[in-house]
Write a protein of this length. Sequence first.
Length: 262
Amino acid sequence: MDAVGQVLNRSDRPAYVRFERRPVEDRKATLEQGRYICKDVDFALITPPYSKDCVEKKVDAWFPELEMKVRNGRMPADWRDMYIKSYQAWKNGQEIPLNGTPIKGWGVISPAQQEMLIHINIRTVEDLANVNDEGKSRIGMGALDLKNKAIAWLAQLNDKGPLTQEMASLKNENAQLKGSIESLMEQVKKLSSQMPKEAIIQMVPQVQTITVSDILDESVSKGPDVVDNSREHNILVAKYIEKFGKSPHHRMADKTIKEAIA
């Protein structure tokens, strides 16, 4: 990568900024009163991405510079807004928010690696994923592996975003369907409890049973010889049913039925 490309990459991430309040001599008041007079002044301590250099600027002078850079297209407006919000948080005694996923607590690397990266002002996973040659030289051995881990982790996170939304939507739909089914079951149970028992009995299908007498009745209105034969056959069938609990096959001869009963 050429030098121009490195400079452009250096601006891919916002600088890390801290704030301090220091007593500074008020020269005019000192001369007027003939004694040392000081006042509190807020300073911004600005460390460019992946650099060990720190630039100090008075906040009152630095913010107008930021406005000028935004108007000239040299800085994104959201960076300026982030610096202003960070300053307000610091003044209110709050922790300055980071621009991205904090390295501290990032479970992909060891606690020792986390502390090492924070020490060289690589404080977010996004910073690590965009680290340039200067930053990699400060990390030392394993810098490329750490950078690739950050890139892969962020890519996976972005890929899972739509899937996470879809899964959440499906879970919500399933919960609604489950609620609807439970509501319907409760309504059926309630209606069943209110329905007369006679109506429930009528709804249950009745099973028709055949008795021995029903079989014997089949001989009615037949001739004398047929009646005798039918009566004997029916008696055999009845005995077969009594012994085996089921009717013999309709093609089974009377002789076979007798043998089975015997």
